[in-house]
Design a protein around this ligand. Structure first.
Ligand code: SF4
Ligand code: SF4
Length: 261
């Protein structure tokens, strides 16, 4: 059996996840030894887009027609598709407060008119799972080196890994940090996927949720706790929406307004 063939691709995003793969400096040569890299334009212009892939890593949200066409092509030629980074997994900050044609209003605010960018028509930003089957995900904004290397190692052995299903708070407790939420700060650790090692609360900075919402989050309980601590609905909804997506923000706003009403 030859080396697994992989491709690393970027849709709309900041390219931070691809950069963090390149930042695996000590392990990069090993990665190039284990995998046959067919496309990684961030690293090399040499690419073979005709090749069938064992694994495709996709960064970025689907925010243009070109993104969508590229994604459908990548899916067609790949046995396993892995969404990497918040934009690919959850839609990114560009997908907050969407729905109700919000993105058109925001697009016009930035570009002045609806069809200002003619290279490719814009679409409402969405995660890749909105359009294609996703076999595995690695959240983070951007992804971290260690979890990426673990994921790549498992994929090299034909294992499709599952992410840990516990929140940032668990990692925070293991580090014996003092809880910022209990001190009255808006910390989204209880609602956020673990994996970053609770890096922000470990430096006394509240978690803003960049690893995305956990599977069974109890956002209502945390929102209520924050309201009880004196925060207003708008502040809470805005904080939850940064990395939580428009759907969650809307559900939360309705929940809080109903309670207040
Ligand atoms: S500081 Fe934040 S992440 Fe840490 S335990 Fe408290 S709520 Fe959870
Ligand atoms: S603590 Fe929260 S905001 Fe900070 S890196 Fe981790 S998930 Fe992101």
């Amino acid at each position: 059996m030859g080396k697994p063939k992989i491709g690393i691709y970027g849709l709309t995003g900041c390219a931070g996840d691809q950069l963090n793969i390149l930042n695996c400096e000590d392990e990069l040569l090993k990665l190039f030894e284990i995998f046959e890299i067919k496309s990684f334009v961030m690293a090399s212009r040499a690419k073979d887009e005709e090749a069938k892939l064992d694994v495709a890593f996709v960064e970025g949200s689907v925010s243009t027609q070109k993104d969508l066409e590229d994604l459908l092509e990548i899916r067609k030629k790949s046995k396993i598709l892995v969404a990497i980074g918040h934009c690919a997994v959850f839609g990114g900050v560009q997908s907050m407060f969407m729905g109700n044609e919000e993105w058109i209003k925001r697009y016009k605010k930035v570009y002045g008119k609806e069809n200002a960018v003619t290279l490719t028509p814009p679409l409402e930003p969405k995660p890749v799972s909105a359009y294609v089957k996703v076999d595995a995900v690695l959240p983070g904004c951007p992804i971290e080196k260690e979890p990426f290397l673990k994921l790549a190692g498992k994929l090299a052995h034909g294992i499709i890994p599952k992410n840990p299903d516990y929140p940032v708070c668990a990692e925070c407790k293991w580090k014996e940090n003092e809880c910022l939420l209990l001190k009255g700060e808006i910390c989204l650790g209880p609602l956020t996927n673990s994996g970053c090692g609770a890096i922000c609360p470990s430096h006394n900075i509240p978690c803003i949720g960049c690893w995305g919402p956990i599977h069974e989050e109890n956002y209502a309980a945390e929102a209520q706790l924050l309201i009880d601590k004196g925060y207003d609905v708008d502040t809470v909804v805005k904080r939850f929406a940064i990395f939580g997506g428009s759907e969650r923000a809307e559900k939360l706003r309705k929940f809080l307004e109903k309670k207040e009403g």
